[in-house]
Design a protein around this ligand. Structure first.
Ligand code: ADP
Ligand code: MG
Length: 417
């Protein structure tokens, strides 16, 4: 059996005519001799009747602070509805099909409701249906704990369902269908000059995804990489070839990764806040450096772009937890440090964005930072903070400057050419 996994995102299954286009991709795979396993997201976006955000809002109308377990149970319904509608459509078009919940498809997860992780996939039932010649349509974004509680995988979770099923089933390829022509050099909603990339390595895509490119979930890329399953990101409504994500470039016609490609793409995270803590006394000696990061960690707040200097600690947090982070710093971190609060100055800057250039080819290449700085300087975008890895350089800028920054970096590294 040649198995293919095909995942369709929320937009791709939001209307009857789009679902028809999605079905055509599935039937085309079947014509080519594949046994398709389809993974679907909930239909549509906030406001649409069965979309994830709509269901959250519905629950909030009766319960301002819902139990995460109950919320997961409710949210899982969006994908279940979608899977039944999709399998119904395929049957109506004359093809045997069956809908499965994540639990029925054997997606076993831990019990961190709302952001759970897949710990095991038991695909027996999926295989049984495939052997009977059926197209199996699995509700994405969800699983079940060992105890039988329904869980969800967090935003972008259907991508992870698809990759995990692909790995467990030994699929030839996992196709992620979405509303853009593949992984592009930047988010086309922000950088109109962005163009699709033909081929990328798992690491490049995972890095771009971690740095904000939400076209595919980083966890999905990591699972596919572990098992060496090729991923292809494609557009549901076009015939564009999409982006192939793999490590072996052999046999990929005309698409060898250009060795001169230092930067592959630009990514962004729009809602970030910066926090700076300035003190008269060395933060190492006073222990403030320890209490600050411990207090935030205990509150479940993750920090990014971290710089520690003897008299200053600077880092960023997601804009959503900014107020909470400030509160914790003022109450807990300062208290347990034993410092005189008046000797410590905490400054928060809301409305920032993290803009990153990403490329496996920048490893060891001098001058990338210089080019980044020149591009931002030329477009008069002040840099508030920076960080880097072997394959990326990130700059914190004001949200109002984000688009200008991205377009100038995109142009400066020749990505629109
Ligand atoms: P789906 O519902 O199909 O999972 P998503 O909204 O999660 O779709 O992801 C697709 C969106 O990702 C695109 O519409 C685009 O705005 C955004 N995006 C961000 N960065 C990129 C990128 N580098 N390439 C392509 N799309 C990107
Ligand atoms: Mg997505």
């Amino acid at each position: 059996m040649r198995i293919i996994v095909q995942k369709f995102g929320g937009t791709s299954v939001s209307t009857p005519s789009l679902r028809k286009q999605a079905a055509e991709h599935i039937l085309e795979a079947k014509r080519q001799g594949y046994s398709p396993v389809v993974v679907v997201s909930a239909m549509g976006r906030a406001g649409d009747p069965y979309a994830t955000d709509t269901l959250i809002q519905l629950l909030r109308t009766v319960d301002g602070d819902p139990d995460p377990r109950d919320q997961d149970l409710l949210l899982s319904c969006g994908e279940i509805i979608s899977s039944v509608i999709m399998s119904g459509l395929l049957k109506n078009m004359g093809h045997p099909a069956v809908a499965l919940t994540g639990a029925q498809a054997g997606i076993i997860t831990d019990d961190k409701f709302g952001d759970t992780r897949i710990v095991e996939v038991k695909p027996d039932l999926v295989l049984q249906h495939l052997r009977e010649g059926k197209i199996v349509v699995v509700a994405g974004f969800q699983g079940i704990t060992q105890n039988g509680d329904v869980t969800t995988l967090g935003r972008g979770g259907s991508d992870t369902t698809a990759a995990a099923l692909g790995a467990a089933l030994g699929a030839e390829v996992v196709e992620i269908y979405t509303d853009v022509d593949g992984v592009m050099t930047a988010d086309p909603r922000i950088v109109p000059e962005a163009r699709p990339l033909k081929v990328m390595t798992y690491r490049e895509v995972a890095e771009m995804a971690h740095l904000g490119a939400k076209v595919v979930h980083p966890r999905a890329v990591e699972i596919a990489m572990e098992k060496g399953v090729p991923l292809r990101i494609k557009c549901t409504f076009s015939d564009a070839p999409g982006t192939l994500i793999t490590d072996s470039m052999e046999g990929v016609e005309g698409t060898t990764i250009r060795s001169d490609r230092v930067v592959t793409g630009v990514a962004h995270i729009a809602n970030v806040a910066q926090i700076k803590i300035m003190t008269g006394e060395d933060v190492n000696r006073s222990g403030l450096v320890r209490t600050v990061f411990r207090a935030l960690a205990d509150a479940g707040i993750s920090v990014d772009i971290i710089n520690v200097f003897p008299r200053m600690i600077a880092f960023t947090v997601s804009g959503e937890v900014f107020e909470k982070a400030l509160d914790i710093l003022k109450r807990r971190a300062l208290d347990s440090s034993g410092l005189d609060p008046s000797s410590v100055d905490i400054e928060g800057v809301e409305g920032c964005a993290k803009v990153s250039v990403v490329g496996a080819g920048m490893r060891g290449v001098p001058g990338v930072m210089a080019t980044v700085v020149e591009a931002l300087y030329a477009s008069e975008v002040p840099i508030l903070q920076t960080s880097d890895s072997h394959t990326s350089i990130s700059c914190l800028v004001r949200k109002d400057d984000m688009q200008k920054a991205m377009r100038s970096l995109h142009a400066r590294f020749g990505l629109g050419l």
